[in-house]
Ligand binder design. Structure first.
Ligand SMILES: NC(=O)c1ccc[n+]([C@@H]2O[C@H](COP(=O)([O-])OP(=O)(O)OC[C@H]3O[C@@H](n4cnc5c(N)ncnc54)[C@H](OP(=O)(O)O)[C@@H]3O)[C@@H](O)[C@H]2O)c1
Length: 411
């Protein structure tokens, strides 16, 4: 091993691993100029090439781009145990085995970096752990899944159904052949678990994140909501309160002035909030081989520069159940066009502590659509109201509640 080279063991050579290999060759000179050492591949491991032990032996650091739980977990633990820093983009693994992996890095005194695991090239991890290391964060939220943002953007733009927008996303490579992890919210939940663990220094795994997806969203709701100035996003929200933390993923309407409202297509964005910083939003491409590879390479340069900050062991914080949080809601009811229905619905809402902020009614033959926005209310009480409304004789289909983020920012 020559003293001016830095040997990198690359595990995985697929979409991101292949792009990382190319980028490493392309940026080698620039990295040598800034760090004094030239990064070079010590070896590549795929299912058909390379041996992990040999690659580890010849490496100064390991880049894991295999994905999934095993054998990625075992390789990372062995690399950390052997005193090698590791860079990974593996959100599945970090969101399920974070405690074990970060403890292994801490006890070995080496780095475990993972910028590429959340929001592609958007430097949210680095902003939280380095630029804003002194900040107390109250809330971290964002659009952390590009597939769902593309689908919702297209449904709102064209009026097409969820199924049709998904089919186009698959054709364009924005959605996998099996899109369930993305559209069901699990991918965003894994990323929010990673962000919240870091921002709140809390022990947290995917099991602690409640998530919902976008499969049941109907395009007419996106149309109606435009009348209230609302746009729909799949949001991840991590909040810190005096009584614990809450980390959730759900589709939510935003008002047009919100910093995340203009984030469209496959882009991602993360907003950080705290008393000292008010609000900082970072946005950019959320996935893709070259984009994610550039986040991975940024981490590798940090490893080469030895610029790791000492991170404390995570704390055990109480997880607040979803029904103990408050939210504003959009509610779409398809009802028989009879007198007294709106009054009945308003009474049920009122009896459960929910008050109507605005309402529009659209006639459709013998039926009508009632579309309303409800002021912030306890989610548990609102769920009870919706259950009672669903039982009314006048209902023509199941009520469609969607959360609304009340915060408005004037730019
Ligand atoms: N793709 C993106 O846009 C994106 C964005 C952000 C984060 N990520 C993350 O980046 C990581 C890699 O994703 P990717 O899209 O590049 O995956 P990918 O295209 O499926 O590539 C996976 C690579 O890992 C290798 N591999 C799989 N199982 C292996 C095993 N048991 N032993 C050794 N090698 C194995 C594969 O080898 P073979 O060639 O032999 O199959 C392939 O080279 C994942 O953690 C993913 O979540 C991806």
């Amino acid at each position: 091993m020559s003293s001016d080279s830095f040997k990198v063991g690359l595990l995985g050579h697929g979409t991101v691993g292949g792009a990382f290999d190319e980028l490493l060759a392309e940026r080698g000179d620039a990295i040598q100029t800034s760090t004094g050492r030239r990064p070079e591949l010590a070896g590549v491991l795929t299912r058909s090439q390379g041996t992990f032990d040999e690659i580890l032996e010849g490496s100064d650091a390991i880049v894991e781009l295999i994905g999934g739980i095993e054998p990625a977990r075992e390789y990372i633990l062995r690399a950390l145990g052997a005193g090698r820093s590791v860079v990974t983009a593996n959100k599945q693994l970090l969101s399920r085995h974070g405690d074990e992996l970060f403890e292994a890095a801490r006890s070995a005194g080496v780095q475990l970096r993972y910028e590429g695991s959340v929001a592609g090239v958007v430097p949210a991890i680095r902003a939280i752990r380095e630029s804003l290391a002194g900040t107390h964060f109250d809330k971290i939220y964002g659009i952390v899944n590009g597939t769902t943002n593309y689908i919702l953007t297209e449904m709102a733009r064209t009026g097409e159904s969820y199924e049709s927008a998904l089919a186009r996303a698959q054709k364009l490579g924005y959605a996998e052949a099996d899109p369930s992890e993305d559209v069901g919210g699990a991918d965003a939940a894994a990323k929010m678990a990673i962000l919240a663990r870091l921002a709140f220094q809390a022990s947290l795994s995917l099991d602690d994140v409640a998530y919902e997806g976008i499969e049941d969203i109907k395009s007419d709701d996106l149309d109606y909501a435009k009348e209230f100035g609302l746009v729909l996003k799949l949001l991840g929200i991590a909040e810190r309160r005096d009584d614990g933390i809450s980390v959730r993923v759900f589709p939510a309407f935003l008002y047009g002035g919100h910093p995340l409202a203009p984030v469209v297509g496959p882009f991602n964005a993360v907003t950080l909030e705290g008393p000292a910083i008010t609000e900082v939003t970072l946005s950019g491409p959320g996935a893709g081989g070259p984009q994610t590879a550039s986040a991975v390479l940024g981490d590798l340069v940090s490893v080469m520069s030895g610029s790791e900050l000492e991170l404390a062991a995570p704390r055990q914080l109480r997880h607040i159940p979803g029904d103990q949080t408050e939210s504003a809601f959009y509610l779409h009811l398809e009802v028989a066009d009879q007198s007294g229905v709106l009054a009945h619905v308003a009474k049920i809402l009122g009896d459960n502590g929910a008050s109507v902020k605005s309402v529009v009614q659209r006639g459709r033959g013998d039926d009508a659509s009632l579309i309303m926005v409800i002021h912030p209310v306890s989610e548990g009480s609102f769920a009870k109201a919706v259950e009672q409304i669903a039982g009314l004789d006048a209902m023509r289909s199941a009520p469609r509640p969607i959360r609304v983020i009340e915060e408005e920012f004037v730019t």
